[in-house]
Design a protein around this ligand. Sequence first.
Ligand code: PLP
Length: 399
Amino acid sequence: MSSQNPVFIPGPTNIPDELRQAIDFATIDHRSSVFVEMFKPALAGVKRVLKTSDAESFIFPSTGTGAWEAAITNTLSPGDKVLIGRWGMFSHRWIDMCQRHGLKVIIAEANWGDGVPLADYANILSDDRDHQIKAVLVTHNETATGVKSDISAVRGVMNDAKHPAMLFVDGVSSIASMDFRMDEWNVDIAITGSQKGFMLPAGLAILGVSQKAIAAMETAKLPRTFFDFRDMLNTNAAGGFPYTPPLQLIRGLNHAIDMLEAEGLDNVFTRHHRLAQGVREAVSAWGLKLCASSPDLYSDTVSAVVVPDGLDGTQLVTHAADNYGVAFGVGLGAVEGKVFRIGHLGMLTDVMVCAGLSAAEMAMRDMNLPIKAGSGVAAAQECFRDSHLTDAHHVKDAA
Ligand SMILES: *Cc1c(COP(=O)(O)O)cnc(C)c1O
Protein backbone atom coordinates (compact mmCIF):
# COMPACT_ATOMS: atom_id res chain seq x y z
CA MET A 1 0.00 0.00 0.00
CA SER A 2 1.28 3.43 -0.81
CA SER A 3 1.22 5.70 2.19
CA GLN A 4 2.96 8.72 0.80
CA ASN A 5 1.10 11.56 2.40
CA PRO A 6 2.52 15.05 2.62
CA VAL A 7 4.05 15.90 5.99
CA PHE A 8 2.64 18.70 8.11
CA ILE A 9 5.66 19.17 10.31
CA PRO A 10 7.41 22.54 10.20
CA GLY A 11 10.51 21.05 8.65
CA PRO A 12 11.86 19.10 7.04
CA THR A 13 9.20 20.02 4.51
CA ASN A 14 7.86 18.17 1.48
CA ILE A 15 10.32 17.93 -1.40
CA PRO A 16 8.85 18.76 -4.82
CA ASP A 17 9.54 16.18 -7.55
CA GLU A 18 11.50 18.78 -9.46
CA LEU A 19 13.92 19.15 -6.56
CA ARG A 20 14.18 15.40 -5.96
CA GLN A 21 15.24 15.10 -9.56
CA ALA A 22 17.64 18.01 -9.30
CA ILE A 23 19.54 16.37 -6.44
CA ASP A 24 19.69 13.02 -8.24
CA PHE A 25 22.93 13.94 -9.91
CA ALA A 26 26.12 12.00 -10.59
CA THR A 27 29.37 12.94 -8.93
CA ILE A 28 31.40 15.59 -10.64
CA ASP A 29 34.81 16.97 -9.76
CA HIS A 30 34.22 19.82 -7.34
CA ARG A 31 37.39 21.46 -8.57
CA SER A 32 36.05 21.62 -12.14
CA SER A 33 34.42 24.54 -13.89
CA VAL A 34 31.13 22.58 -13.86
CA PHE A 35 31.02 23.03 -10.11
CA VAL A 36 31.90 26.72 -10.33
CA GLU A 37 29.00 27.22 -12.72
CA MET A 38 26.68 25.47 -10.29
CA PHE A 39 27.93 27.21 -7.17
CA LYS A 40 28.10 30.86 -8.19
CA PRO A 41 24.40 31.16 -9.05
CA ALA A 42 23.51 29.51 -5.73
CA LEU A 43 25.46 32.15 -3.79
CA ALA A 44 23.88 34.93 -5.85
CA GLY A 45 20.40 33.42 -5.56
CA VAL A 46 20.61 33.26 -1.76
CA LYS A 47 21.31 37.01 -1.73
CA ARG A 48 18.20 37.69 -3.80
CA VAL A 49 16.03 35.57 -1.50
CA LEU A 50 17.45 37.38 1.56
CA LYS A 51 16.90 40.71 -0.23
CA THR A 52 20.45 41.89 0.18
CA SER A 53 22.95 43.37 -2.19
CA ASP A 54 25.48 44.44 0.45
CA ALA A 55 25.92 41.19 2.40
CA GLU A 56 27.96 38.10 1.56
CA SER A 57 26.14 34.80 1.27
CA PHE A 58 27.54 31.59 2.77
CA ILE A 59 26.59 27.96 2.24
CA PHE A 60 28.00 25.37 4.65
CA PRO A 61 27.33 21.62 4.70
CA SER A 62 25.32 21.69 7.94
CA THR A 63 21.88 22.67 9.23
CA GLY A 64 20.31 25.75 10.79
CA THR A 65 22.02 24.93 14.09
CA GLY A 66 25.38 25.00 12.32
CA ALA A 67 24.48 28.40 10.90
CA TRP A 68 23.88 29.67 14.47
CA GLU A 69 27.34 28.39 15.40
CA ALA A 70 28.96 29.94 12.33
CA ALA A 71 27.34 33.28 13.18
CA ILE A 72 28.59 33.49 16.74
CA THR A 73 32.03 31.90 16.40
CA ASN A 74 33.07 34.16 13.50
CA THR A 75 32.04 37.42 15.11
CA LEU A 76 32.36 37.13 18.91
CA SER A 77 34.94 36.40 21.60
CA PRO A 78 34.64 34.47 24.87
CA GLY A 79 33.08 36.71 27.54
CA ASP A 80 31.34 38.99 25.01
CA LYS A 81 27.86 40.04 26.02
CA VAL A 82 24.91 39.23 23.81
CA LEU A 83 21.22 40.02 24.24
CA ILE A 84 18.73 37.35 23.27
CA GLY A 85 15.08 36.70 24.03
CA ARG A 86 13.49 33.38 24.95
CA TRP A 87 9.89 32.53 24.05
CA GLY A 88 10.15 29.01 22.66
CA MET A 89 12.37 25.99 22.16
CA PHE A 90 14.38 27.40 19.25
CA SER A 91 15.23 30.68 20.94
CA HIS A 92 16.08 28.59 24.03
CA ARG A 93 18.49 26.41 22.06
CA TRP A 94 20.28 29.40 20.60
CA ILE A 95 20.74 30.76 24.14
CA ASP A 96 22.11 27.40 25.24
CA MET A 97 24.60 27.47 22.37
CA CYS A 98 25.78 30.99 23.27
CA GLN A 99 26.27 29.94 26.89
CA ARG A 100 28.20 26.82 25.91
CA HIS A 101 30.51 29.04 23.85
CA GLY A 102 31.34 31.12 26.92
CA LEU A 103 29.38 34.22 25.94
CA LYS A 104 27.73 36.32 28.65
CA VAL A 105 24.10 35.99 27.73
CA ILE A 106 21.52 38.56 28.81
CA ILE A 107 18.18 36.81 28.46
CA ALA A 108 14.95 38.71 27.89
CA GLU A 109 12.21 36.26 28.86
CA ALA A 110 8.75 36.33 27.31
CA ASN A 111 5.79 33.99 27.66
CA TRP A 112 5.76 31.07 25.26
CA GLY A 113 3.16 32.35 22.84
CA ASP A 114 4.41 35.94 22.88
CA GLY A 115 7.01 37.46 20.57
CA VAL A 116 10.10 39.57 21.06
CA PRO A 117 9.75 41.70 24.24
CA LEU A 118 10.58 45.00 22.54
CA ALA A 119 10.31 47.16 25.65
CA ASP A 120 12.79 44.92 27.49
CA TYR A 121 15.18 45.00 24.53
CA ALA A 122 14.86 48.80 24.50
CA ASN A 123 15.57 49.14 28.24
CA ILE A 124 18.49 46.75 28.24
CA LEU A 125 20.07 48.44 25.23
CA SER A 126 19.65 51.98 26.53
CA ASP A 127 21.06 50.93 29.95
CA ASP A 128 24.12 49.50 28.20
CA ARG A 129 25.79 52.90 27.90
CA ASP A 130 29.33 51.65 27.33
CA HIS A 131 28.12 49.26 24.63
CA GLN A 132 29.21 45.98 26.17
CA ILE A 133 26.52 44.14 24.22
CA LYS A 134 28.09 43.03 20.96
CA ALA A 135 25.14 41.32 19.35
CA VAL A 136 21.36 41.24 19.61
CA LEU A 137 19.87 37.87 18.66
CA VAL A 138 16.27 37.33 17.59
CA THR A 139 14.26 34.36 16.39
CA HIS A 140 12.15 35.72 13.54
CA ASN A 141 9.67 32.85 13.58
CA GLU A 142 9.57 30.74 16.75
CA THR A 143 8.71 27.36 15.28
CA ALA A 144 7.79 25.83 18.64
CA THR A 145 4.93 28.25 19.31
CA GLY A 146 4.03 29.55 15.83
CA VAL A 147 5.00 33.11 16.71
CA LYS A 148 6.58 35.64 14.38
CA SER A 149 8.40 38.69 15.67
CA ASP A 150 8.83 42.07 14.01
CA ILE A 151 12.49 42.35 13.01
CA SER A 152 12.21 45.88 11.68
CA ALA A 153 10.87 46.92 15.11
CA VAL A 154 13.90 45.31 16.79
CA ARG A 155 16.16 47.29 14.48
CA GLY A 156 14.12 50.40 15.35
CA VAL A 157 14.71 49.84 19.06
CA MET A 158 18.44 49.43 18.45
CA ASN A 159 18.51 52.64 16.40
CA ASP A 160 16.55 54.54 19.05
CA ALA A 161 19.11 53.47 21.66
CA LYS A 162 21.88 54.41 19.20
CA HIS A 163 23.34 51.02 20.00
CA PRO A 164 26.06 49.71 17.68
CA ALA A 165 25.53 45.98 18.39
CA MET A 166 25.14 43.61 15.48
CA LEU A 167 21.70 42.13 14.77
CA PHE A 168 21.56 38.36 14.18
CA VAL A 169 18.28 36.84 13.03
CA ASP A 170 17.29 33.17 13.05
CA GLY A 171 15.09 32.95 9.98
CA VAL A 172 15.22 29.17 9.65
CA SER A 173 11.44 28.77 9.47
CA SER A 174 10.64 32.11 7.82
CA ILE A 175 13.17 32.79 5.07
CA ALA A 176 11.83 31.83 1.63
CA SER A 177 8.29 31.49 3.05
CA MET A 178 7.65 34.80 4.80
CA ASP A 179 8.72 38.34 4.00
CA PHE A 180 12.38 38.87 4.93
CA ARG A 181 14.37 42.01 4.09
CA MET A 182 17.98 41.75 5.15
CA ASP A 183 19.19 45.15 3.87
CA GLU A 184 16.07 47.12 4.70
CA TRP A 185 16.01 45.81 8.28
CA ASN A 186 19.77 46.19 8.52
CA VAL A 187 20.28 42.60 9.64
CA ASP A 188 23.93 41.69 10.21
CA ILE A 189 23.54 37.93 10.03
CA ALA A 190 20.53 36.12 8.59
CA ILE A 191 20.37 32.38 9.22
CA THR A 192 18.50 29.56 7.56
CA GLY A 193 18.77 25.95 6.39
CA SER A 194 17.84 23.99 3.29
CA GLN A 195 14.97 21.87 4.65
CA LYS A 196 12.25 24.42 5.33
CA GLY A 197 11.33 27.20 2.90
CA PHE A 198 13.85 25.92 0.36
CA MET A 199 12.02 22.55 0.23
CA LEU A 200 15.23 20.47 0.11
CA PRO A 201 16.57 17.76 2.41
CA ALA A 202 18.46 18.95 5.49
CA GLY A 203 22.15 19.47 4.80
CA LEU A 204 22.84 23.12 4.06
CA ALA A 205 23.38 25.97 6.51
CA ILE A 206 22.63 29.16 4.60
CA LEU A 207 23.67 32.61 5.82
CA GLY A 208 23.75 36.23 4.78
CA VAL A 209 26.51 38.18 6.52
CA SER A 210 26.78 41.98 6.45
CA GLN A 211 30.09 43.77 5.86
CA LYS A 212 29.96 44.89 9.51
CA ALA A 213 29.76 41.27 10.67
CA ILE A 214 32.53 40.30 8.24
CA ALA A 215 34.70 43.02 9.79
CA ALA A 216 33.95 41.68 13.29
CA MET A 217 35.70 38.47 12.20
CA GLU A 218 39.04 40.31 12.40
CA THR A 219 38.89 40.55 16.20
CA ALA A 220 36.58 37.64 17.07
CA LYS A 221 38.39 35.05 19.16
CA LEU A 222 35.93 32.19 19.49
CA PRO A 223 37.52 29.12 17.88
CA ARG A 224 36.23 28.06 14.51
CA THR A 225 37.68 25.93 11.74
CA PHE A 226 34.98 24.15 9.79
CA PHE A 227 32.74 27.22 9.94
CA ASP A 228 35.46 29.82 9.33
CA PHE A 229 34.02 32.62 7.18
CA ARG A 230 37.51 33.58 5.99
CA ASP A 231 38.27 30.15 4.52
CA MET A 232 34.89 30.22 2.81
CA LEU A 233 35.34 33.73 1.42
CA ASN A 234 38.83 32.98 0.15
CA THR A 235 37.82 29.83 -1.71
CA ASN A 236 34.35 31.03 -2.76
CA ALA A 237 35.92 33.99 -4.57
CA ALA A 238 37.05 31.64 -7.34
CA GLY A 239 33.92 29.49 -7.14
CA GLY A 240 35.59 26.87 -4.93
CA PHE A 241 35.03 25.39 -1.50
CA PRO A 242 37.46 24.87 1.42
CA TYR A 243 36.49 21.18 1.61
CA THR A 244 34.23 18.78 -0.24
CA PRO A 245 31.00 20.60 -1.11
CA PRO A 246 27.60 18.88 -0.93
CA LEU A 247 27.24 19.39 -4.64
CA GLN A 248 23.91 17.62 -5.12
CA LEU A 249 22.32 19.87 -2.51
CA ILE A 250 23.91 22.95 -4.01
CA ARG A 251 22.50 21.93 -7.37
CA GLY A 252 19.14 21.46 -5.64
CA LEU A 253 19.41 24.91 -4.07
CA ASN A 254 19.76 26.48 -7.50
CA HIS A 255 16.61 24.74 -8.65
CA ALA A 256 14.79 25.66 -5.44
CA ILE A 257 15.62 29.32 -5.99
CA ASP A 258 14.46 29.00 -9.62
CA MET A 259 11.15 27.58 -8.39
CA LEU A 260 10.68 30.33 -5.80
CA GLU A 261 11.49 33.03 -8.35
CA ALA A 262 9.31 31.47 -11.05
CA GLU A 263 6.37 31.64 -8.62
CA GLY A 264 7.58 35.07 -7.50
CA LEU A 265 8.74 35.63 -3.91
CA ASP A 266 5.76 37.85 -3.16
CA ASN A 267 3.41 35.16 -4.48
CA VAL A 268 5.20 32.59 -2.32
CA PHE A 269 4.56 34.78 0.74
CA THR A 270 0.93 35.34 -0.28
CA ARG A 271 0.42 31.60 -0.72
CA HIS A 272 1.86 30.92 2.72
CA HIS A 273 -0.38 33.59 4.20
CA ARG A 274 -3.44 32.11 2.51
CA LEU A 275 -2.62 28.56 3.65
CA ALA A 276 -2.02 29.84 7.19
CA GLN A 277 -5.34 31.70 7.12
CA GLY A 278 -7.11 28.50 6.11
CA VAL A 279 -5.50 26.61 8.98
CA ARG A 280 -6.39 29.39 11.44
CA GLU A 281 -10.02 29.39 10.25
CA ALA A 282 -10.09 25.62 10.79
CA VAL A 283 -8.66 25.91 14.30
CA SER A 284 -11.27 28.46 15.20
CA ALA A 285 -14.07 26.33 13.70
CA TRP A 286 -12.88 23.48 15.93
CA GLY A 287 -13.31 25.79 18.91
CA LEU A 288 -9.59 25.60 19.66
CA LYS A 289 -7.00 28.31 20.20
CA LEU A 290 -3.50 28.98 18.94
CA CYS A 291 -0.54 29.17 21.26
CA ALA A 292 0.36 32.54 19.67
CA SER A 293 -1.23 35.12 21.93
CA SER A 294 -2.46 37.67 19.37
CA PRO A 295 -3.15 37.86 15.62
CA ASP A 296 -0.19 40.15 14.88
CA LEU A 297 2.06 37.30 16.09
CA TYR A 298 0.48 34.53 14.01
CA SER A 299 3.06 32.74 11.93
CA ASP A 300 2.37 32.04 8.27
CA THR A 301 4.52 28.88 8.32
CA VAL A 302 3.43 26.96 11.43
CA SER A 303 0.44 26.95 13.76
CA ALA A 304 0.76 25.57 17.29
CA VAL A 305 -2.73 24.51 18.37
CA VAL A 306 -3.47 24.31 22.10
CA VAL A 307 -5.12 20.99 22.96
CA PRO A 308 -7.87 20.95 25.60
CA ASP A 309 -6.99 19.90 29.16
CA GLY A 310 -6.96 16.17 29.58
CA LEU A 311 -5.56 15.47 26.13
CA ASP A 312 -1.86 15.01 25.50
CA GLY A 313 -0.86 16.71 22.24
CA THR A 314 1.98 14.25 21.72
CA GLN A 315 -0.47 11.34 21.93
CA LEU A 316 -2.62 13.01 19.30
CA VAL A 317 0.37 13.37 16.98
CA THR A 318 1.35 9.73 17.53
CA HIS A 319 -2.22 8.62 16.85
CA ALA A 320 -2.39 10.58 13.57
CA ALA A 321 0.92 9.07 12.46
CA ASP A 322 0.00 5.50 13.43
CA ASN A 323 -3.53 5.50 12.08
CA TYR A 324 -3.54 7.90 9.15
CA GLY A 325 0.13 8.07 8.16
CA VAL A 326 0.17 11.83 8.58
CA ALA A 327 2.89 13.70 10.46
CA PHE A 328 2.14 16.73 12.61
CA GLY A 329 4.60 18.41 14.97
CA VAL A 330 4.67 17.66 18.69
CA GLY A 331 4.94 20.30 21.39
CA LEU A 332 8.49 21.05 22.52
CA GLY A 333 9.93 22.21 25.84
CA ALA A 334 7.52 24.21 28.00
CA VAL A 335 4.58 23.42 25.69
CA GLU A 336 5.28 19.69 25.41
CA GLY A 337 1.98 17.81 25.47
CA LYS A 338 0.06 21.09 25.49
CA VAL A 339 0.06 21.80 21.78
CA PHE A 340 0.31 20.04 18.47
CA ARG A 341 1.74 21.85 15.48
CA ILE A 342 0.57 22.06 11.91
CA GLY A 343 3.42 23.01 9.62
CA HIS A 344 2.23 24.84 6.52
CA LEU A 345 5.37 25.84 4.71
CA GLY A 346 7.23 24.84 1.61
CA MET A 347 5.63 22.85 -1.17
CA LEU A 348 1.98 22.94 -0.15
CA THR A 349 -1.26 23.68 -1.97
CA ASP A 350 -4.76 24.48 -0.71
CA VAL A 351 -5.79 20.91 -1.46
CA MET A 352 -2.91 19.42 0.51
CA VAL A 353 -3.73 21.62 3.49
CA CYS A 354 -7.39 20.51 3.34
CA ALA A 355 -6.19 16.90 3.44
CA GLY A 356 -4.00 17.62 6.47
CA LEU A 357 -6.82 19.34 8.30
CA SER A 358 -9.06 16.40 7.52
CA ALA A 359 -6.54 13.99 9.06
CA ALA A 360 -6.24 16.22 12.13
CA GLU A 361 -10.02 16.16 12.51
CA MET A 362 -10.19 12.37 12.30
CA ALA A 363 -7.43 12.00 14.88
CA MET A 364 -9.03 14.51 17.26
CA ARG A 365 -12.42 12.82 16.97
CA ASP A 366 -10.74 9.46 17.66
CA MET A 367 -9.40 11.04 20.86
CA ASN A 368 -13.00 11.97 21.77
CA LEU A 369 -12.66 15.70 21.29
CA PRO A 370 -16.07 17.24 20.58
CA ILE A 371 -15.22 18.28 17.05
CA LYS A 372 -17.73 18.17 14.24
CA ALA A 373 -16.48 16.13 11.30
CA GLY A 374 -15.57 18.41 8.43
CA SER A 375 -15.95 21.64 10.38
CA GLY A 376 -12.34 22.77 10.09
CA VAL A 377 -12.01 21.56 6.52
CA ALA A 378 -15.16 23.45 5.55
CA ALA A 379 -13.84 26.65 7.11
CA ALA A 380 -10.55 26.28 5.24
CA GLN A 381 -12.36 25.52 1.97
CA GLU A 382 -14.36 28.74 2.21
CA CYS A 383 -11.22 30.70 3.02
CA PHE A 384 -9.40 29.25 -0.01
CA ARG A 385 -12.41 29.72 -2.31
CA ASP A 386 -12.74 33.35 -1.27
CA SER A 387 -9.11 34.11 -1.97
CA HIS A 388 -9.25 32.42 -5.38
CA LEU A 389 -12.38 34.32 -6.34
CA THR A 390 -10.57 37.51 -5.40
CA ASP A 391 -7.52 36.47 -7.42
CA ALA A 392 -9.76 35.66 -10.40
CA HIS A 393 -11.26 39.17 -10.20
CA HIS A 394 -7.75 40.59 -10.26
CA VAL A 395 -7.03 38.62 -13.41
CA LYS A 396 -10.24 39.90 -14.99
CA ASP A 397 -9.50 43.49 -13.98
CA ALA A 398 -6.02 43.31 -15.43
CA ALA A 399 -7.33 41.93 -18.73
C1 PLP B 1 14.34 24.18 12.42
C2 PLP B 1 14.80 25.37 13.16
C3 PLP B 1 16.11 25.48 13.68
C4 PLP B 1 17.08 24.33 13.67
O1 PLP B 1 17.52 24.05 12.44
P1 PLP B 1 18.22 22.65 12.13
O2 PLP B 1 18.31 22.74 10.65
O3 PLP B 1 17.33 21.58 12.63
O4 PLP B 1 19.53 22.67 12.79
C5 PLP B 1 16.48 26.66 14.26
N1 PLP B 1 15.63 27.69 14.39
C6 PLP B 1 14.38 27.62 13.94
C7 PLP B 1 13.49 28.81 14.12
C8 PLP B 1 13.92 26.46 13.32
O5 PLP B 1 12.66 26.40 12.88
